[in-house]
Design a protein around this ligand. Structure first.
Ligand SMILES: [Zn+2]
Length: 194
């Protein structure tokens, strides 16, 4: 499979893809040609604190500037912070890894992440209780990504009990669920509950 450098099919010149998800790593043109996209992360998809791969190793983002990513290597769940001596007076500055965004890869979201973050298993779902509701995630084999559901646990309406309402789809990578969680709850998904 050849790598695709832009959004048009190099065989037929068309832009009609059978799977037009911006998150997929493969694209299949309607003309029958198959292409591979290394990754499609954009700086605006990312946030300080996101976990991504750099040289096949887990890193945490410490800064983003233009198309440059600053990151720390993560060892045993903790960033390894390194410093650089800045002047004779002893001032030190943080000295993270830095490279262009295209050299980083997204981390596929798996069951192991939910276990690590303290979710409970509820049938096909991974869930976590948030006040009067549960946030639940279910893997969709056919789509090769996760869907997000909300379930009320203290609803005044009996018919709501145990019903999981779909909220969003196409969650494929760790940084995506991190950012969804942070936007909804103003907390990191890997923060331990009080
Ligand atoms: Zn084509």
């Amino acid at each position: 499979m050849t790598k695709l450098d832009n959004q048009l099919c190099p065989i037929c010149g068309g832009d009609s893809w059978k799977h037009n998800s911006i998150q997929t790593e493969e694209k299949h043109c309607k003309c029958g040609a198959d292409f591979y996209l290394k990754n499609v992360m954009k700086p605006q998809d990312l946030r300080i604190g996101n976990y991504i791969y750099y040289e096949h190793t887990t890193h945490i983002i410490s800064g983003i500037m233009g198309n440059k990513i600053y990151s720390w290597w993560v060892k045993d769940g903790k960033p390894v912070i390194e410093y650089e001596q800045k002047d004779v007076g002893g001032a030190q500055v943080e000295n993270p890894y830095m490279d262009v965004i295209s050299r980083y890869d997204p981390i596929p979201l798996t069951d192991a992440h939910f276990i690590e973050w303290g979710f409970y298993k509820d049938g096909e779902y991974w869930g976590r209780g948030i006040e009067d509701y549960n946030f639940c995630f279910k893997y969709r084999d056919w789509a090769k990504n996760w869907a997000f559901y909300q379930e009320f646990t203290d609803s005044p309406f009996e018919h709501d009990e145990g019903v999981k309402y779909p909220i969003s789809f196409d969650i494929e990578f760790v940084h995506q669920i991190q950012n969804l969680w942070f936007a909804l709850l103003h907390k990191e998904i890997n923060e331990k509950e009080e």
